[in-house]
Design a protein around this ligand. Structure first.
Ligand code: SAH
Ligand code: SF4
Length: 351
């Protein structure tokens, strides 16, 4: 429960109960907490003090005792095909993050960051290459979703899909990420359904176990990139901490407990992880699991020399997975021209 009169208070950090407690502490009934909540998450107000129906003294208190949770747009770039818009959004401490609006099959999707940088160090990922700066707060994650929801509303569209695939590793910032998702799922606000939220993780096993225990029915996507420990380790150094056996067991438990299919991501890199042998190894690894594989031809980044797999290798890889009855999709390349593709997000490069 945040203290009243706290000038660092970001209302987006609060869940609905905390909002009620805050206003109660200030002497306002639940009715007003409901008004503020609806103002922020239904009307998408940018200034809490201007929310309709508040008493003037409550507006004044909100203006005095909370900081603006909205993020400042430092830059906005649109891809040539018009399907992707990348925002560089400024935080209060002068750090910045990237948030991407994408259209997939006509559906608006926001790609959200959970950290400034990332500590996991995947060699081919621009965010990994910039290193870890800090975690985002729940409110900073929520603010990205609101930013895109406002933009869409102005065009008469509704945001329904979230992918936690921006900068950072969501399960390394578990509590803030979960708190943010609870806020955006709240039925008195944005009401985004959990099945339209994809959480992509590099494979933080304790985090996957917690998702299972807490029964969080997101779409779970796990970035594999290698089907043996040795091969995976070359691309994903953090894999040292958990063996593939532990990871796949955690995925199986998630899938069986929540009756959810698990998605596996594989950045296809020419000569690194695109061979028929590796496809067979992946097929064997995922055998018996309710799984789907997303193949992502490598997107270029400054700090890595690898090249994307070629089309022939991709098709062969897919046909081998099919022998194991493993469905797979090649992810459409999106926003490459504005460096908003998977793994291309890095504020150092965007500035
Ligand atoms: N940290 C999480 C989510 C963010 S990365 C994770 O790693 O899953 C989102 C996806 O982009 C991951 O599957 C990641 O492996 C992939 N990716 C990273 N860099 C890439 C690159 N250069 N080309 C293609 N995919 C990449
Ligand atoms: Fe971090 Fe994901 Fe990039 Fe790996 S791929 S460095 S986990 S953001």
């Amino acid at each position: 429960m945040p203290a009243a009169s706290n000038t660092t208070l970001n209302l987006y950090d609060l869940n609905r109960v905390e909002m009620r407690e805050l206003l109660d502490g200030w002497g306002y009934s639940d009715y007003y907490a409901g008004l503020v909540w609806a103002g922020l998450y239904r009307d998408l107000a940018t200034d809490p003090a201007a929310i309709q129906g508040l008493k003037p003294d409550l507006s004044a208190r909100l203006a005095r005792d909370s900081v603006p949770g909205i993020l400042t747009v430092r830059s906005r770039i649109e891809s040539e095909d018009g399907h992707t818009t990348k925002y560089l959004l400024g935080l209060r401490d002068d750090q910045a993050i990237e948030t991407v609006l994408m259209y997939f099959r006509g559906r608006a999707t926001v790609c959200v960051s959970t950290q400034v940088g990332c500590a996991m160090g995947c060699v081919f990922c621009a965010t990994g290459q910039m290193g870890f700066r800090r975690h985002l707060s729940a409110g900073e994650i929520v603010a990205q979703v609101l930013h895109i929801a406002r933009f869409l509303r102005a065009r008469g569209e509704v945001l329904r899909n979230i992918v936690l695939m921006g900068m950072g590793e969501p399960l390394h910032n578990y509590d803030a990420t979960m708190a943010a998702m609870e806020t955006v799922m709240d039925h008195r606000g944005l009401a985004i359904a959990p099945r339209f939220i994809t959480l992509s993780t590099v494979g933080v096993v304790p985090g996957i176990r917690r998702l299972t225990e807490e029964r969080r029915p997101f779409r779970l996507a796990v970035s594999l990139h290698g089907a043996t420990d040795a091969e995976r380790l070359r691309l994903v150094p953090t894999a040292r901490r958990w063996s593939l056996t532990e990871l796949i067991n955690a995925c199986r438990d998630y899938s069986e407990t929540l009756h959810r299919r698990v998605f596996f991501e594989w950045a296809l890199i020419h000569g690194q992880n695109d061979s028929p042998e590796q496809a067979h190894a992946l097929g064997r690894l995922l055998h018996g699991l309710d799984a789907h594989v997303n193949l992502i031809p490598l997107n270029p980044t400054q700090g890595y020399e690898g090249q994307p797999a070629d089309l022939r290798a991709i098709r062969l890889f897919q046909s081998i997975l099919a022998e194991y009855e493993l469905p797979s999709t090649v992810r459409q390349r999106r926003g490459i021209d504005v460096a908003a593709g998977c793994g291309q997000l890095a504020t150092t490069l965007a500035r």
